[in-house]
Design a protein around this ligand. Structure first.
Ligand SMILES: Cc1cc2nc3c(=O)[nH]c(=O)nc-3n(C[C@H](O)[C@H](O)[C@H](O)COP(=O)(O)OP(=O)(O)OC[C@H]3O[C@@H](n4cnc5c(N)ncnc54)[C@H](O)[C@@H]3O)c2cc1C
Length: 499
């Protein structure tokens, strides 16, 4: 193993996404992964929310996922389905696709970008100094890198070794999740009783008319709430039997587990996403209950926020301070997810008063405005970074408009495939001059005659020019002038190149 500019620890969805982002920007990046290969024990995440599909579309790879999953309305809160099919956008739905497939497709993309993944090796520690990081691997190997990114999951060795605090809340509930054979067939679906929620399903399913229809045969996927929190160690078949009997009165003759795992509602978040040359992303930076299916999604979006910034710092086009915007922008997003998952787990409690709270929230979500707001929140479509005051588009996702250019029709997202910033000039062709940034920023003259509409916000005024970051967020908008453009270009893409 040789030296690299950036080493990512962990080839989970977040490490893979980040590797792709860095490779697109020409950074020498590698991944170290403890697992022997990309195989994943357990099903974990069940799919993607709308904004994650968009960020994949921005890189030209959304179709790889869409062709293998099932489009569905996946957002929901307090038992209310939050339908986004009337949102003004191309991917106004989520996608049912198990995490092992998501990882396999991402790993394929990363392989095309020629990122080395060192499987079967573990990072055990590191020491950072002014110019780089010495990384220790299992079996006594060492390597020197400029930056080290911990995408190594909730128990992150990198976070612990960096001494980064992980404040939050201990679990109040714990559940077993498993794939097993059962002598008796349980009633498939989600069930509520006095002990809480439990569910039975199959790995293979189809979505017909918005309903999950399981395929016949095959092992059963089971999720069951445990009577007590705080079990230590790996869960066993005996634990599963006992939990099923306690909740369902029978263990359905459970046998031959393929895997058994446990999740809780522990909610914690790294106090800092960066300590000098060490960065954290994904579960390494935030853990919470799986309710709402948001963890993988916000992790992938951490990667898309960090990738281009780290690339610019490594490529010496931006100062290191750009990396501080990563924490500033992404920490609040996960903090909100912690808050909404804590609310969702509280609503899982089976007592009558909690049920009443759930019913009141469901009633509120029956109203159009709250429903849209919550749907946009859970789908990741309402992210609003602080890039300054002004136009409503500032700091928000750029819509995937159908443009007309001198060389034909073009979608905005197709301009982001290489993860390079774009200055879109919708005014007088040739009316903008960004020569000192021309090596970094694409300047596109185009026409757009339609309305500008944002999910859950509605119509916004049409700008004459828009500066779009590689992650698809708007950094500057122009009217008839270039006021503020040079500042925005310098802030986000580095100082001007001398003529
Ligand atoms: C039951 C359950 C259901 C879920 N459902 C959803 C859902 O529907 N939607 C959703 O968005 N999220 C869901 N999640 C959350 C989702 O699985 C995680 O958020 C996601 O896997 C985080 O990705 P990651 O890459 O940050 O970390 P991980 O997927 O945990 O990957 C970390 C990687 O780092 C490796 N690693 C760890 N330590 C080291 C080391 N020292 N050296 C080398 N390699 C190391 C690990 O082997 C692993 O491959 C669910 C989670 C659970 C448990």
């Amino acid at each position: 193993m040789t030296e690299h500019a950036v080493l990512i620890v962990g080839a989970g969805p977040v490490g893979l996404m980040l590797a792709g982002e860095l490779a697109l920007a020409g950074v020498d990046v590698a991944i170290v992964e403890r697992r022997a290969n990309q195989d994943l024990a357990g099903s974990r995440a069940g799919g993607l929310h709308s904004r994650t599909i968009e960020v994949l579309d921005q890189r030209g790879i959304a179709d790889r996922f869409l062709s293998q999953g099932q489009k569905a309305q996946v957002a929901g809160f307090a038992g209310v389905r939050l339908d986004i099919s009337d949102f003004p956008m191309r991917h106004n739905y989520g996608l049912g696709l198990w995490q092992n497939h998501i990882e396999r497709i991402l790993a394929g993309w990363v392989a095309e970008l020629a990122v080395p993944i060192y499987y079967g090796r573990e990072v055990t520690g590191f020491a950072q100094d002014e110019t780089g990081v010495d990384v220790e691997l299992s079996a006594g190997q060492r390597l020197r890198v400029e930056y080290l990114v911990g995408c190594d999951g909730g128990r992150s060795v990198i976070r612990k070794a960096a001494g980064i605090e992980f404040p939050g809340w201990d679990p109040t509930t714990s559940s077993l999740i498993a794939q097993v054979e059962m002598a008796e067939e349980p009633e498939l679906g989600i069930h509520h009783n006095a002990f809480g929620i439990h569910s039975f399903g199959k790995l293979d399913y189809e979505i017909r008319d918005g309903q999950v229809v399981y395929k016949d045969g095959g092992p059963v996927g089971v999720m069951v709430t445990e009577e007590h929190v705080g079990h230590a160690g790996e869960p066993t078949l005996r634990d599963l039997r006992e939990a099923l009997i306690a909740v369902c009165g029978t263990d359905y003759g459970v046998h031959s587990p393929i895997w058994i795992s446990r999740f809780t509602d522990m909610s914690r978040q790294a106090a800092a996403y960066r300590d000098r040359r060490i960065l954290l992303a994904g579960d390494a930076a935030h853990v919470h209950a799986p309710d709402g299916g948001q963890g993988l999604n916000i992790g992938v979006q951490d990667a898309v926020n960090l990738g281009w910034k780290l690339a610019q710092v490594v490529n010496r086009t931006s100062p290191e301070s750009l990396l501080d915007t990563y924490h500033a922008e992404r920490h609040p997003v996960a903090a909100r997810v912690l808050r909404n998952t804590m609310a969702l787990t509280a609503l899982r409690r089976p007592d009558e008063r909690t049920k009443a709270v759930g019913e009141v929230i469901a009633e509120l979500l029956g109203m159009e405005e709250p429903c849209k707001r919550f749907a946009a929140m859970q789908s990741g479509l309402d992210v609003h970074y602080d890039v300054g005051e002004g136009h409503s588009l500032l700091g928000r996702r750029m819509p995937d408009l159908e443009l007309v250019t001198a060389s034909g029709p073009l979608r905005v997202f197709s301009l982001l495939h290489d993860a390079r910033p774009v200055l879109l000039n919708l005014g007088e062709p040739g009316g903008l001059d960004i020569a000192p940034w021309a090596d970094r920023v694409q300047l596109i003259d185009a026409e757009y005659r339609g309305v500008w509409e944002l999910p859950a916000i509605g119509e916004v005024a049409a700008p004459v020019a828009v500066l779009i970051r590689p992650d698809g967020y708007v950094a500057w908008t122009g009217d008839q002038t270039q006021v503020g453009l040079a500042d925005a270009l310098t802030t986000w893409f580095g100082p001007p190149t001398a003529e």
